[in-house]
Structures are given as structure tokens and as C-alpha cells.
Design a binder for this molecule. Structure first.
Ligand code: SAM
Length: 369
């Protein structure tokens, strides 16, 4: 991706592999600070953004641990937009549901402290920039976590800092990627800097890439997609497998285990187990950070495909990247192992969703009079 003229500055917290970075950069944003603790995610991040945003790496603004007591938040360069997909384990359905009592849950409070430090800096020196917009992402269940209390605390905290808040659950499948991925997005804007009472969320994109603003119309109007859009052709996959001396087809043992567990679950009356998809499926289930374990949430059928085994296969990391809308076919690269790559794409935001939100933040909020 080429460098763009800077219209605004942003910071990328809990940066992962840079989903927000790509979206903000494409809309003229310049990244001035990023933070990511995981060594392998940092590797992917630096590999892909060193050329695009060299300053953060050269000026010591690629922080590791955002809770590091040596990091003085008032030294973070001024920015207009804060992006943060803060870790979702404590709030996830699959997680322990510990919320803010769990120390990991307190990472939201680091976000709050960064914003507070910037507001205080402005109180002392009017030239210091107040963060205008905060864009936060979390799992769908975030709103109901701890009977809605966790979300209430977040909204109240942001309100107290001087921000208006809007939140919606959006689904990646309405934005042109064939994945059923529901995530909550929270947009907060500084009420003294931006004179707006509402933020109109985009709910999807139609065939002409126009934004769908009516929630009820998104299923009907969203652009038509299918899993085939992100799959490698059988020949391409064969070539990659023989180049890398590995197979993405699951082993006979794993496949029998999946089938056995499905029967057991069905007997107990619940629907868990593996999920099979093919090129014609409209979308896959959500790719999660656990995908590397056995791939059961998204298995691709191979029966009847020439020269391919009968058993299903896992996604290739290139397909996982496409499933999240990463520009893997143009410039984005994967410098880590398959397992790390699955974890990283599973943890990431879907690029077309954040790109669309970023565009609306710019037109509705940053450019608002
Ligand atoms: C849900 S992922 C966010 C992914 C990101 N939005 C993307 O597009 O790839 C949360 C990230 O926060 C990172 N993280 C967790 N604790 C952290 C901390 N104390 N400081 C910095 N990063 C942290 C994790 O390693 C993980 O990559």
C-alpha cells in the first residue's frame, strides 16, 4: 500500500496485526503510536507496516505492553482517533465471563487513562490535541456481559470523559466477506470538539459498494458473496502444499474424532461439532484465535474435487487472510507459522467493516461543522 497524504492522526492499541491500521491509513490517517504485546503479532505488524509508517518503529512508538509502568501516557504523540480492539477473552461467550474483576478486563481502564492524559494535557496547554473519536471493538456478547453492567461501565466512563457514545453489532457477511462474524463496535466522539448528537452506523455494503444504513435491509441488500470467493483454486493449493511439503487436509484420526464427537453431541441434543463448507456456501462460521487447534469451526469439503482427498481440509492461511478482507493478494504478507497466522487472523477485525466505519467517522464526525 502506498503512503497517503495525512488528514488525521490515529493510535492503534491492542494492535494485533493491524486491521485498524490498514483501514485508517487508506482513509488518510497517519499512525503515530501502536501497542501490541504478543511477539509473533509484533513480527507480522512490523513486517507489514515498517515501510508504511516507519516513524512508529524509529521513534520508539511501537510499544509492547500498554500497562507498562514505564510508559508515560502523556508522552504518546497527539492523535485524533484512538482505535482499540481490546482483548475479548473475559467477555467472550466461550471465555470465563470474568469481566472487570479479571485483571485482563482492566485493559479498558488503560484506554481511559490514555484519553484522560490527553485531555489533561489540553487543560494545561491548548495546543495539545484532545482525542476527537474513539473506535472500540469487542465480541458480540460484550453488551450483555455481567447482565449489561460491563457495557454500562464503559459508556458511563466515556460519558464522564466528555464523549457521546454509539454502539452496534455488525456482521462481516454484510460487508463483502463470506464470514458470519458479529462484533460490537463502539464509536465515541468528544462532545465539545464535535457538535453531533448521533452517529449513523453503516450496516453493510451493497453491490455497488454503497453503504446500507438501514439495519432491516442489510440481509436483502448486501452484496452477494460466497465462500468460493476466498478459496484457493485446487491447483493453487496443490502447488502451495508441494512447495511447503505439507497438507491442509485433516488426518484420518482427526476426521474420525470430529465425526464421533458430533454423534455424541447430537445424542445429548446440542449442535456443537465441526462445520463443513464448500465454494457455494454463502459464508463460513466465525474464525477464532483457536482455529489452529483442530480447525473444526471451518472445514472445507473436498469430496468430488479432482486430485483432492475425500476428507475435508482446513483453510490455508491465505484463505484465512481473505476471510478477514486482508490485502493478501496485493501487498500484505504472512511472516509467521501457520498456527500463529490462524491465531492472528482469528483475533483480527474484518478489514471491510472497519474501513466502512472509518469512512463514516471521517464524513459524519471529523468533517462535521
Ligand atoms: C482481539 S486482539 C486485537 C486484534 C486487532 N484489532 C487486529 O486487527 O489484529 C487483542 C490484542 O491485544 C493484545 N494485548 C493483550 N494485552 C496487551 C497489553 N497489555 N498490551 C498490548 N497489547 C496487548 C493481544 O496480544 C492481542 O493481539
Amino acid at each position: 500500500m502506498t503512503k497517503k497524504k495525512t488528514d488525521f492522526k490515529f493510535i492503534d492499541l491492542f494492535a494485533g496485526i493491524g486491521g485498524f491500521h490498514i483501514a485508517m491509513h487508506e482513509h488518510g490517517g497517519k499512525c503515530v503510536f501502536a501497542s501490541e504485546i504478543d511477539k509473533f503479532a509484533r513480527k507480522t505488524y512490523e513486517h507489514n507496516f515498517r515501510n508504511l509508517s516507519p516513524e512508529i518503529f524509529e521513534n520508539g512508538n511501537f510499544n509492547e505492553d500498554i500497562t507498562d509502568s514505564k510508559l508515560d501516557y502523556s508522552n504518546i504523540p497527539d492523535f485524533d482517533i484512538l482505535c482499540a480492539g481490546f482483548p475479548c477473552q473475559p467477555f467472550s461467550h466461550a471465555g470465563l465471563k470474568k469481566g472487570f474483576d479479571d485483571t485482563r478486563g482492566t485493559l479498558f481502564f488503560n484506554i481511559k487513562e490514555i484519553v484522560r492524559a490527553k485531555i489533561e494535557a489540553n487543560n494545561h496547554n491548548k495546543k495539545a490535541v484532545i482525542p476527537k473519536v474513539l473506535l472500540l471493538e469487542n465480541v458480540k456478547g460484550f453488551k450483555n456481559h455481567d447482565k449489561g453492567n460491563t457495557f454500562k461501565v464503559v459508556v458511563r466512563t466515556l460519558n464522564e470523559l466528555g464523549y457521546e457514545v454509539a454502539a452496534e453489532v455488525l456482521n462481516s457477511k454484510h460487508f463483502g466477506v463470506p464470514q458470519n462474524r458479529e462484533r460490537i463496535f463502539i464509536v465515541a466522539w468528544h462532545r465539545d470538539s464535535i457538535n453531533k448528537t448521533h452517529f449513523k452506523f453503516p450496516f453493510g455494503l451493497n453491490e455497488n459498494n454503497e453503504v446500507i444504513f438501514e439495519k432491516e435491509k442489510r440481509d436483502e441488500e448486501a452484496k452477494k458473496i460466497c465462500v468460493g470467493n476466498i478459496l484457493l483454486k485446487a491447483k493453487e493449493l496443490d502447488k502451495l502444499e508441494s512447495r511447503d511439503q505439507k497438507t491442509y487436509t485433516i488426518s484420518e484420526k482427526l476426521w474420525s474424532g470430529h465425526k464421533r464427537r458430533r454423534i455424541k453431541h447430537a445424542e445429548k441434543g446440542n449442535g456443537f461439532g465441526y462445520s463443513l463448507f464448500n465454494a457455494k456456501s454463502p459464508y463460513t462460521s466465525t474464525i477464532s484465535a483457536r482455529y489452529y487447534k483442530d480447525g473444526s469451526e471451518i472445514l472445507i469439503e473436498q469430496k468430488g474435487i479432482e486430485n483432492r482427498p475425500e476428507r475435508p481440509r482446513k483453510l490455508h492461511p491465505i484463505e484465512a487472510a481473505r476471510l478477514q478482507g486482508y490485502p493478501i493478494d496485493t501487498w500484505y504478507e504472512i511472516p509467521v507459522s501457520d498456527n500463529q497466522a490462524y491465531k492472528q487472523f482469528g483475533n483480527s477485525v474484518s478489514i471491510p467493516v472497519v474501513k466502512t466505519i472509518a469512512s463514516e467517522i471521517i464524513t459524519q464526525l471529523l468533517k462535521a461543522k
